[in-house]
Design a protein around this ligand. Sequence first.
Ligand code: FAD
Length: 381
Amino acid sequence: MPRNLYGPDHEAFRESVRAFVDRTLKPRGEQMIADKVIARDIWLEAGSQGFFGLNIPEEFGGAGIDDYRFNAVLAEEISKFTAAVGSCFGIHADICAPYIVHLGTEEQKQRWLPGIASGEKIIAIGMTEPSGGSDLAALKTTAVKDGDDWVLNGSKTFITNGHQCDLAIVAARTDPAKGAKGISLFVLEAGMEGFSKGNKLDKVGQPESDTSELFFENVRVPADHLLGPEGMGFIEMMKHLPQERIGAAIGNVANAKQILAETVEYAKERKAFGQPIGQFQHNKFKLAEMVTAIEVAEAYVDDCVAAHSEHKLSPVEAAKAKWWSSQVQCDVLDECVQLHGGYGFMNEYRVARAWKDARVHKIWAGSNEIMKELIGRELGL
Ligand SMILES: Cc1cc2nc3c(=O)[nH]c(=O)nc-3n(C[C@H](O)[C@H](O)[C@H](O)COP(=O)(O)OP(=O)(O)OC[C@H]3O[C@@H](n4cnc5c(N)ncnc54)[C@H](O)[C@@H]3O)c2cc1C
């Protein structure tokens, strides 16, 4: 089905992202997997292409574009190559940068945004803790006022970009008596005394992304590292999560669509019983079902992107896009593995890696159960 979401400017931008993928990411794909990290020079190259500063105002080193469709193009093209790079870049530019753009003081924006836009300062966000991620309001990391400073204690886990981050937005409890209204956000800088990082976590999929624990032991944080008003951290996270969810949904659809296209080609070439496996009716129907599922998901996600570009996307619409697209992605990739037979289980095949990479999409950015909880609440249940 023809898509009518994008215009010539978006398509021109798509070409520049594709060129970056071909020139910079593809030749380094195996190395990134072996190193379990995206090398610094790749971040810098992406920054120099303007990929991290799309929505950062020009005076702070960005392009100042207020059109989420450019973010969507970037997420699509990177995620087609690998979900892991899509998630690391997404956390940096699509999720963390907006917190500073929307909540930062003039001085904070001057201090942090140019480095984020250029890729020199990699940023992470620490919400999830070892004791739980779904119930964000129950987080245990504390920040206690001491003179003009705050003293942070606690830990975060599963933090994307956590190992190599230069900056981390950290949610901490500043008023234990106030529940969700007692949570605030801080920006920590790597090297602050008492702020340490764990090893890169050993994950089932997405090996290229660095995922780490963060530890805070009496970290003395100056008052001017408080991001946004004290006590508003939970509310701000709720406001920013829809963008994280629609970003995830864009990547889910793009990645599944790409791997399915590669699987269709495989099904045309691979022969069994003297004919291409795609011509067996069972497989032909499976492929037909998958193409349909992806196009239907894409149409909904495109509508969400259009709505978000006009600042009209609701949290529940984002939740629907996130859970549905991640389920479709996992279902499709599982069938794609099946169609590849034994090769589908071999790490050297993109389909095998994509299948492993996809699983986390039902868990992160708010698990699919939490998405359904949000949708159910809107139904008055
Ligand atoms: C690779 C990776 C990268 C990540 N990156 C980041 C990051 O950059 N920053 C960050 O802050 N977090 C990050 N996360 C954490 C992620 O967001 C959490 O794992 C997720 O929110 C779930 O939290 P949890 O793991 O503590 O599971 P839990 O909250 O313990 O949930 C366990 C299970 O119970 C279910 N459950 C919980 N509550 C309910 C309910 N009310 N109704 C029904 N079911 C429920 C959940 O859906 C889940 O299936 C990442 C996770 C992974 C795996």
